[in-house]
Design a protein around this ligand. Sequence first.
Ligand code: HEC
Ligand code: HEC
Length: 405
Amino acid sequence: MSQRQTVHTLKLTILCLALGCAGMRLAHGVGAQAPPAHEQTVEQVDKNIQVLKGLPASQLIPLMNFFSASLGVNCGFCHAPTTDPKTGRVHLDFASDAKEEKTTARHMIQMTMNINHTNKIDLGSMGITCYTCHRGSNNPAVVPALPLPTPERGAGGPGGQAGPSGPIGPAGQGGPGSNGGTAAPRPTPPPRPSVQQVLDKYVAAVGGRDAVAKVQTRVLKGTRASGPNNWPLEITLKAPDKFQGAANTPQGRMAMGYNGAAGWIMNPQGQHAASPEELASLKHGSEVYELLELTTAAPTMRITRPERIGDRLTNVITYTVSPDLTEKFYFDAETGLLLRRQNFIQSMLGPLPEQADFMDYHDVNGVKVPFTIVTSSPSGTTTNKFTDIKFNVPVDDTQFQAPAK
Ligand code: HEC
Ligand code: HEC
């Protein structure tokens, strides 16, 4: 099984490299789309699947990353090591049931599915997940830690008295007690804008449709940092859909591209034509470079509770793309720009999250573009920082062809 993991990691590195995508998207090759109907299920591909039967094979690793992140552990917490008799190297034997934690996890998976199947209370679309209880710990707290934290001074106003729901209420909701005990009534929140108003403001903030339509080619230069790696990165895009990305790594050059008809992938080991699955992934990864992600309201878009990102207040559009996919878009309430985008792919054990944060907006030829894009998922975080973005420089179409071998 270690081979599978190696292959998987390699694929991920290669695919994600230039496009800076969140791991999950590319790991299962479908990104924000639901898994293809004909996709194999995990028990058809893996050796020892007892409770996750029916899970699309492409969702296994994202789900394993989700388990790890929910419990704050590594794969080896549940999976036993084994020594390769030939090389003497130690790796994880994912099919082995030698560790008790794996058996416990199976029971936990069944319990979580039972809760979600039999529960009659509306918990929103997301249900209960490993993280609901575990919160990043393998040993979830069952009772509140005593002594309780002393309430902040001045919080003695209405609601500041920690009633039964005080200490466990959702954090950051700004409940009645958070007014610091001042007698003044809470100001009525301003009425929320409509979906179309938020989108119109966004289109205007970016520079307007006409300015965006004038952009034919884009060349982005910068660096891609992920964990200990920090590589120079160059991306070239040409309307409507051609792209090419390359990074020079200590192992050699890695690149990928799409010429409008076919895609290719190159790494220090060689070069190959992208499979349909890889191509879907590549295209999906390049989505974070769209200049206007949304322009018109869809019937399944809703304005949900405004949220803060750092010190910025955002208008949030929650978009139910399909029963398997929900996306959230966070627009700066003041500037109108898109600050964050989240995807939640509904798996049999709850939503698998991924996120892109857009920062450092600067004007290029009358269009506002983020110079920093951070993509993250439970499998890791990648930061693309651009130092140089140019529009409408002449770009030869040969750039998008697979390089001659
Ligand atoms: C909290 C425990 C837990 C963690 C952490 C965990 N796994 Fe798993 N993993 C499981 C369980 C349980 C199964 C078996 C599921 C079943 O029987 O349906 C499994 C199955 C697998 C399989 C299928 C093996 C086979 O051949 O049947 C692979 C591959 C795998 N995990 C990889 C990983 C990787 C990679 C990580 C780290 C990113 C990881 N797992 C982290 C619990 C865990
Ligand atoms: C309803 C709450 C709840 C949910 C949901 C939940 N767990 Fe747990 N889990 C617990 C509790 C409580 C314990 C600790 C049990 C104990 O103290 O022995 C635990 C323990 C575990 C352990 C053993 C940890 C150790 O140190 O040995 C594993 C592994 C685990 N959970 C995995 C999962 C996975 C994977 C999921 C999601 C599929 C999940 N849990 C969902 C409550 C939950």
